[in-house]
Design a binder for this molecule. Structure first.
Ligand code: AMP
Length: 456
């Protein structure tokens, strides 16, 4: 998963992009980069780490110009190495094109093979590079026609922002898997993955880029065109953006994430009430559903675990000891709240089950007497090929175990999940979501080679 931002016609555009990336940090913590155009040259800086570590204040001052594109990365295709950091910048016939991509293409292998046959040489192992190869191979007269021709060859999930000198092009795939919003700051356009970035910049939220739409921003003018095949495509907004991924202060898919999560919690309470002293969340991801659950149950809501916000990622080591340490240092239960209590613990989802298991163990150590866990989505049984890093079926606990077996593994007294119907019933446009991770009904054909590293 990734966060993307584009800024048009604003002085020191790279600073604006940098600030915006801070609000999108949750979408990708591995690496970040910004490219800008100053009327003559393109400047680019990218590096590993969080936005502040990847790009220093001194460096951002070197990214001159009034057009910029930025990216923060969580790898879902290609390894986490320097070459794969975005924006990805190429030069073709003296034209420089930078691209920032969120989502996963599903016809990567076919396109890659075809391009290689035709003589393309690839620098990275990212599906995003394919897009610029297609761009430079296609006749580029009118921008609208050019991008329509190229982007309609892509299948799968993509929200994209391009910088082509002083023009910013934004696009969203025809199914609309990933969000992308349009904002305005003093009459100047900003595109961003989520509206929380616009709030931070005190830009007004104009609207979302619609599925299949390509917006071309030059100066203060925005033009729009739809890719061929948009009408026929089934809208498939990623439901997991609402459940976990997006920030609760963002409006995506024509709804507010915080309100959606509260409604999920309320629905969960209707379906699976329990008797307890209070309701609590696994912070932060479970907070909003827990609030909705407690309100619906008219039960007290307590904060039973405190999150440490100062935990960096750099010390994380791939050893069990370090992983266990990470779980403990991040969240600490409050003994005085939990001791001898019967509690309902709400979490947004269970993926592998391993973190949930350690959280529950910590609650027990802090003295909780009875633990009833409630999950504000159905069991995740199917991998995602559209940009969420859900591993193979054998790593997804609900793919291999029944609910009772998961409850035994996590060591809770009871475990209940929200139903698929219940989840969809609280969505604003319930027919327009991709629920493949719960149902296996993939709205776009999935790749035959399913590896994240298929281009390596
Ligand atoms: P676990 O109990 O190990 O399955 O961890 C569950 C928590 O991790 C929930 O809050 C999930 O929403 C969160 N999570 C979100 N995305 C992922 C992911 N791609 N892989 C693993 N856990 C995730």
């Amino acid at each position: 998963m990734c966060g993307i931002i584009g800024v048009s016609n604003i002085e020191n555009a790279s600073r604006v992009a940098m600030l915006g990336l801070h609000a999108l940090q949750h979408r990708g913590e591995e690496a970040a980069g910004i490219a800008s155009y100053d009327g003559q040259n393109v400047h680019i800086i990218k590096n590993t780490g969080l936005v502040d570590d990847a790009i220093s204040a001194i460096q951002v001052a070197e990214l001159k110009g009034s057009t910029a594109v930025g990216h923060c990365r969580y790898s879902t295709t290609g390894s986490s190495n320097y070459k794969n950091i975005q924006p990805f910048l190429v030069t073709h016939k003296k034209k420089r094109i930078a691209v920032a991509h969120n989502g996963n293409l599903t016809n990567t292998e076919e396109l890659y093979k075809k391009l290689e046959e035709e003589g393309s040489i690839f620098q990275t192992t990212m599906d995003s590079e394919i897009i610029v190869h297609l761009l430079v191979k296609t006749k580029n007269g009118d921008l609208k026609q050019w991008f329509s021709n190229v982007l309609s060859q892509l299948q799968g999930a993509f929200s994209l922002i391009f910088l082509i000198e002083d023009t910013i092009v934004g696009a969203r795939d025809r199914n609309g898997f990933r969000p992308l919003s349009i904002g305005k700051l003093d009459g100047k356009y900003i595109l961003a993955s989520e509206s929380c970035a616009l709030d931070l910049l005190q830009a007004e939220f104009v609207r979302e880029v619609e599925p299949g739409e390509i917006v071309i921003v030059k100066g203060d003018k925005l033009e729009s065109v739809f890719m061929p095949g948009t009408k026929e495509a089934k809208r498939s907004y990623c439901i997991f953006e609402n459940i976990y991924f997006a920030r609760p202060d963002s409006d995506i898919f024509h709804d507010n994430v915080y309100q959606v999560r509260k409604r999920l919690g309320a629905q969960l309470a209707k379906e699976h009430p329990a008797d307890a002293d209070f309701v609590m969340a696994i912070p932060d991801s479970g907070n909003y559903a827990a609030l909705g659950y407690a309100n619906e149950m008219k039960m007290p809501f307590e904060v039973g675990i405190i999150r440490n916000h100062y935990v960096g990622r750099t010390f994380i080591q791939p050893t069990q000891l370090m992983r266990d340490f990470r779980v403990r240092v991040k969240l600490n239960p409050i003994r005085s709240v939990l001791k001898d209590k019967k509690i309902i613990v709400v979490e947004d989802s269970i993926v592998r089950g391993t973190t949930s298991r350690s959280r529950i163990e910590a609650l027990r150590r802090a003295g909780a007497k009875e633990i009833h866990m409630r999950i504000s989505c159905p069991p995740i049984k199917w991998p995602c090929f559209y940009g969420i890093d859900f591993p193979s079926k054998n790593e997804l606990i609900a793919s291999n175990k029944k609910v009772k077996e998961i409850a035994d593994f996590i060591k809770v007294d009871s475990l209940e999940y929200l139903s698929l119907e219940g989840m969809l019933s609280v969505m604003n446009e319930s027919g327009n979501f991709c629920d493949a991770c719960f149902t296996g009904n993939y709205p776009v054909a999935i790749p035959t080679n399913k590896s994240k590293y298929l281009l390596e």
